[in-house]
Design a binder for this molecule. Structure first.
Ligand code: GSH
Length: 337
């Protein structure tokens, strides 16, 4: 009786804590775009909940910088950068889906980064340069290129052939794996317990346990990375052809648009994941290379990307680069698509 009590009491306590905590972390999928029926606390007209590593956050930050929209920023940690702040009670009140970025306008959240850039462009301050063509045919073309680089759905890898944005998470797996060196297991376990999409923390757990050197011996991961790599080659071939057709310097020609913003962050992620040389190295895709150089020269790139660099991402990229240099099998698994 005594021993049973000593064992059962902590178990009952832990279970009680888990159930109480879970009932207070209200998480569910959300709709895309402006949510007029939801109001969150705010102090400025525009606020942005974002993360340094997140590709979609980079997209919205770059768009806001291009439009000259001032905003109050709230950096929300993801497990890769400092712990699961995105599934904490406070942030779930802003986005019950537990993802960044969230653009808040006059207290109303706008969900999904491709909707946020569109929304921001429609609410640009007077005098801001337009990022959407006035010609309807050109606008539809721009939208097609935004869609072709957007990250959608809960299982992004499933759609890698349709969008370069959805080919990106698979190609980020090596960087995730490398970054897991700086992530303690108990941070990941919080996600296993409370994340809406358990597959995400479970993937991090496997990557953490196997380590970067074990990645090439994880067939499902290698298969997914390679499928995304092949898909990305095709998407970048399409981008190369479009830049040649439009005459550049931008995707639609002379006008810099939301399409360029949306693609810029895809290519930026390839740089971070140490795979840019695979896609643009040795003279491959010269038009995309020239476009990418011009993207990096824009003030918005400095403001939205460079000034939001994060030490664990920089360390992760460098560790990945060194691991591939030291291990030809790893390099081949991660780069020979
Ligand atoms: N389709 C969404 C993607 C949102 C998303 O999955 N965001 C990632 C970062 S790019 C995130 O918050 N991940 C954190 C997690 O799932 O724990 C968008 O375009 O905004």
């Amino acid at each position: 009786m005594g021993i049973a009590f000593v064992v059962l009491l902590p178990v009952a306590g832990l279970l009680g804590w888990y159930l109480w905590e879970r009932s207070h972390r209200k998480t569910h999928a959300v709709g895309a775009g402006l949510q007029t029926d939801i109001k969150v606390a705010h102090e400025a007209e525009f606020e942005l909940y974002h993360n340094a590593l997140s590709l979609c956050s980079k997209k919205t930050r770059m768009c806001l910088a291009e439009l000259g929209i001032d905003y109050v920023g709230h950096h929300i940690h993801l497990v890769e950068t400092g712990g699961y702040e995105n599934i904490g009670r406070a942030f779930l009140g802003v986005n019950p889906a537990g993802t960044v970025p969230v653009l808040v306008h006059d207290g109303h959240p706008v969900y999904e980064s491709h909707e946020q850039i569109r929304y921001a462009a429609d609410h640009a301050p007077r005098g801001a340069s337009s990022l959407v063509p006035s010609d309807l045919v050109a606008e539809a073309e721009m939208q097609r290129w935004v869609d072709k680089s957007s990250l959608g759905g809960d299982d992004p890898i499933a759609d890698a052939k349709q969008s370069a944005g959805n080919a990106v998470p698979g190609l980020t797996v090596p960087l995730f794996s490398s970054m897991m060196d700086d992530v303690p297991v108990h941070w990941i376990l919080e996600g296993v317990l409370f994340h809406r999409l358990k597959i995400r923390p479970l993937l991090f757990l496997v990557l953490k346990l196997r380590g970067l050197r074990g990645l090439s011996k994880l067939p499902p991961a290698v298969k997914a990375i390679q499928a995304c790599g092949r898909a990305m080659h095709r998407h970048l071939d399409d981008l190369e052809a479009q830049l040649c057709r439009s005459g550049g310097p931008w995707i639609l020609g002379r006008m810099f648009t939301l399409a360029d913003v949306s693609w810029a962050v895809v290519v930026e992620r390839l740089r971070e994941a140490d795979s840019l040389h695979v896609f643009l190295g040795e003279g491959r895709r010269p038009a995309v290379r020239a476009w990418w150089e011009q993207i990096q020269a824009r003030p918005s790139y400095r403001m939205a990307i460079e000034e939001h660099g994060h030490s664990t991402v920089v360390a992760g990229t460098e560790r990945l680069r060194r691991a591939k240099a030291a291990d030809p099998a790893l390099r081949s698994a991660l780069e020979d698509f």
